[in-house]
Each structure stands twice: as structure tokens, then as C-alpha cells.
Design a protein around this ligand. Structure first.
Ligand code: GDP
Ligand code: CA
Length: 416
């Protein structure tokens, strides 16, 4: 591939010809060079903080680099939850950087870009608090031996995140190199936001979409229109708060939030984004799928939009779609499992109707599975019979927007 991927509005601009020059200037290439280079991408997600250390090989100087290896490590806490203790966030980042110092050969440290991109957990923080966290991370980065620039740490917007997830998946599947007609859409369900991105098969899907749901992509001098949108607050963990009517409450510490989606006797604290809520089941109510479904619709009605003819496109469902399917026994967790939308509904009914176990240890399963069912059907308009590919890894690599973000970043870095 020789050319540019370009998204209107400067959202995304990957010029692979420039990237080649910048990453591996010929003069800097040692004799018999293996043409290997590295890149470090940290994903500051709302429920976890991850590091991806990529090594790429530039076999064909006129082509896309190949992803050779990925060292991945994840910690189950979002940096945004350190909203009131930024030094703790710094500590976690420093800890994660140890993964990079052992994965990247010492001689390459100074020319290996280090980048962190934060998503919806940060978008939901008050701007001043997010700023303090970002500054703390920048400080830790500046003390690292890696290549750090003014662009190294930032919060990305949801559109960008959706596009990058699409680029990652289709890069890994090889569609960017060969045949865009075979590209697959991505459904990404995070903790705080959810993204849908696909190259529509049908022109009407683009025509009928609001302009901010369409991004222009230019590859090999051909222009493609990508349908992409991110719904802030529709990630799984924030949707729980919407269902409970707790999100944005002025004084959450003084209230008890109840739901028919929870086991009747359930009572516990629920913490998200540095705020703790007291949450209970509804002892007098009928707890079951139907009543729960009505409750979760609060998070979807009026906010999530149905793309026209969405079912004509093939989708990979990643992140919490995958995790919930696996944890609830819907899939085994082996490679490439195809699941019809109606099986999420069936599983939700089964879990919500199971009074015997009271969902011991997994009190939110009924709510989460019902929410996923509602998001797919009532939200995006998928019919029951539509099949989704549940994906965690592609060819052994994490399916995450992080890879797309790395590819986008590399061409703008000057390698000293
Ligand atoms: N396969 C895969 N899943 C990931 C990766 N990073 C995060 N996830 C999933 O993303 C979900 C959590 O979303 P998170 O990123 O914390 O929230 P967000 O900020 O709203 O996107 C969980 O289901 C994670 O398993 C990754 O690198 N690979
Ligand atoms: Ca995410």
C-alpha cells in the first residue's frame, strides 16, 4: 500500500510514505538491518490501563509495515479512577513502563515512541481534574528512556477511537493491504462508551446518516465513507448507572439506588470514576428479564441511533461483548466464535430468571446481558437472526484501537 489514509477534519491522517521515511531513514539503517522498529501504546481505558509494545517489520519499503510481535499487559484499574490521587496514577504508569523496558532492546529505547491515549473515563471527568492527571502522566513519561513528544499524552475523542478500532481490526485481517470490500465492521463496548464503525455496503446508509456519523477515508486514491459513532455513557459500566438512575446525581452519597435487574437481596457499594454509590435490588418488585429490559432502555432510548440497513454488514464485536459472552458461557472463548443476537437475549432471560443462585458473585449479569441485548436490537437495530463475530484477538494480536493509534502516530514522530 502506497498512499494515505485520510479522514476529513484532520481526525486521522496516516501517510505511510512519510511514515517509511520517518521511521527508518535509509542512512540510519545499519548494514544487514533487520528493519525492526518498536512502538509503545498505552490505553487509559475507563476500567483498565493497558500497555501494548509493538514491534514492526518493514520488509517492503513501499508497503505497510508488518506487525511482528506484541507484548501486552493489562491492569484492571482505570487511571481516571485516580481522579483525586493523581500520584497513584503516576505510580501505575511507572509500573507499566517496566513491561516496555524489558520488551524493547535497550539500544532502541531512545528511538521508540511512547504514547498514551485516554478514552471515555477521562472524557467524563471534570476538565480541570483530567488535566492534572494528564500532567502527572506527562511527567512520568518525560522521565522514561523512550521517545516522548508534545503529542505523547492525550485524550482522544470517540470518533477517532471508533475509526482507529476499525483500522486496527482491518489491518490485522489484511483488508487494508488487499481488499476493502471484505472489510469488517467493529462494535466496541467499553466501560464508559461504545463505538460502532463500518464501511457501509449500502449508499443509503451514508445518505441517511447525520454528517457527524460519517468520516471520509482515502486509501490508494480511493475515497471511502466510514459510518462511525461513539456513544458516551453507553459503555457497560456507565449504562449500569443510567439504569439505576444514579449517573449525574448531585449527592449520590446520600441515596440508595435500586434496580429490578439486580437480585432482590442484593446490597452493596458500586464505585465508578472515583464516585461510590449505594446500590440494592428491589425486594418488592418482580425481578426478571421483561422488567429489567424496560429499565435498561432508559440508557438507550433517544440516544442510540439505528444505522440504515445495518444488517447488510458483517461485524466483529469486541471488548465487553466478548467478555460477557465468555463469562456467561455463551461462547467457549476459542477463536472466532459466531453468535446470533438472539442468543444474547436467550442468555439474558436465563440469567434474569434464575432465582435459585441469586447470581452469586455476579449480581450484574442479568442487567449487563439485558443491556447488551437491548443495545444491539433496540439501539443499533440488529435483528435476532443476525450473527456477530465475537473477537478478542486476531492472528494472536489484541483487537484494540491501540494498534491503529500506533500506526497513526508513527508517521508524525521524528526519529532522532
Ligand atoms: N481484546 C482486548 N480487549 C480489551 C483491550 N483493552 C480493553 N479491552 C476490553 O475493553 C473493555 C473495557 O473497556 P475500557 O477500555 O476499560 O473502557 P472505555 O474507556 O469505555 O473504552 C473490557 O471488556 C476489556 O476486556 C485489549 O487490548 N484487547
Ligand atoms: Ca476501550
Amino acid at each position: 500500500l502506497d498512499g494515505t489514509i485520510f479522514v476529513e477534519g484532520n481526525l486521522f491522517d496516516v501517510d505511510f510514505s512519510a511514515q517509511r521515511e520517518n521511521i527508518l531513514p535509509n542512512s540510519a539503517r545499519p548494514a544487514n538491518s533487520s528493519r525492526v522498529f518498536y512502538g509503545i501504546m498505552m490505553d487509559a481505558g475507563s476500567t483498565g490501563t493497558r500497555i501494548h509494545v509493538y514491534s514492526f517489520i518493514q520488509e517492503d519499503p513501499d508497503g505497510l509495515p508488518y506487525l511482528h510481535n506484541e507484548t501486552f499487559h493489562s491492569e484492571e484499574i482505570g487511571l481516571s479512577s485516580y481522579v483525586n490521587t493523581p500520584e497513584e496514577a503516576g505510580k501505575l504508569v511507572r509500573e507499566l513502563l517496566k513491561v516496555a523496558t524489558s520488551a524493547v532492546p535497550r539500544a532502541m529505547w531512545h528511538k521508540t515512541p511512547l504514547v498514551l491515549r485516554a478514552t471515555a473515563g477521562f472524557r467524563l471527568l471534570p476538565a480541570d481534574k483530567a488535566h492534572v492527571l494528564i500532567e502527572e502522566i506527562k511527567e512520568v513519561f518525560s522521565q522514561s528512556p523512550f521517545l516522548v513528544t508534545s503529542r505523547s499524552v492525550s485524550i482522544i475523542d470517540g470518533t477517532y477511537e471508533g475509526i482507529l478500532a476499525w483500522v486496527s481490526l482491518n489491518f490485522l485481517m489484511g483488508h487494508l493491504h488487499v481488499d476493502m470490500k471484505r472489510s469488517a465492521g467493529v462494535l466496541d463496548l467499553g466501560g464508559a462508551s461504545t463505538q460502532i464503525s463500518f464501511l457501509p455496503k449500502c449508499q443509503k446508509t451514508v445518505n441517511k446518516a447525520p454528517t457527524d456519523h460519517v468520516a471520509k477515508l482515502e486509501i490508494l486514491n480511493t475515497t471511502y465513507l466510514l459510518y462511525t459513532h461513539s456513544y458516551l455513557k453507553n459503555g457497560l459500566k456507565v449504562a449500569r448507572l443510567l439504569t439505576l438512575g444514579a449517573l449525574g446525581d448531585a449527592d449520590p452519597g446520600k441515596k440508595v439506588f435500586k434496580s429490578l435487574c439486580l437480585p432482590k437481596n442484593y446490597s452493596d457499594n458500586y464505585t465508578f470514576g472515583g464516585i461510590t454509590y449505594e446500590v440494592r435490588g428491589n425486594i418488592n418488585g418482580y425481578n426478571g428479564y421483561e422488567t429489567c429490559y424496560k429499565e435498561v432502555l432508559k440508557a438507550i432510548k433517544g440516544s442510540v441511533r439505528k444505522p440504515y440497513n445495518v444488517h447488510e454488514n458483517m461485524f466483529h464485536a469486541v471488548a465487553y461483548y466478548y467478555d460477557m459472552a465468555k463469562d456467561s458461557g455463551l461462547i467457549e472463548g476459542s477463536q472466532d466464535e459466531h453468535v446470533e443476537v438472539k442468543r444474547f437475549k436467550k442468555k439474558a432471560k436465563e440469567v434474569c430468571g434464575d432465582k435459585s443462585k441469586d447470581h452469586y458473585g455476579k449480581p450484574f449479569d442479568c442487567m449487563d446481558l439485558t443491556y447488551i441485548t437491548a443495545l444491539l436490537t433496540e439501539g443499533f437495530g440488529f435483528q435476532d437472526s443476525v450473527g456477530l463475530q465475537l473477537t478478542k484477538k486476531v492472528k494472536g494480536f489484541e483487537s484494540s484501537w491501540a494498534l491503529g493509534a500506533m500506526l497513526e502516530y508513527l508517521h508524525k514522530v521524528r526519529i532522532p
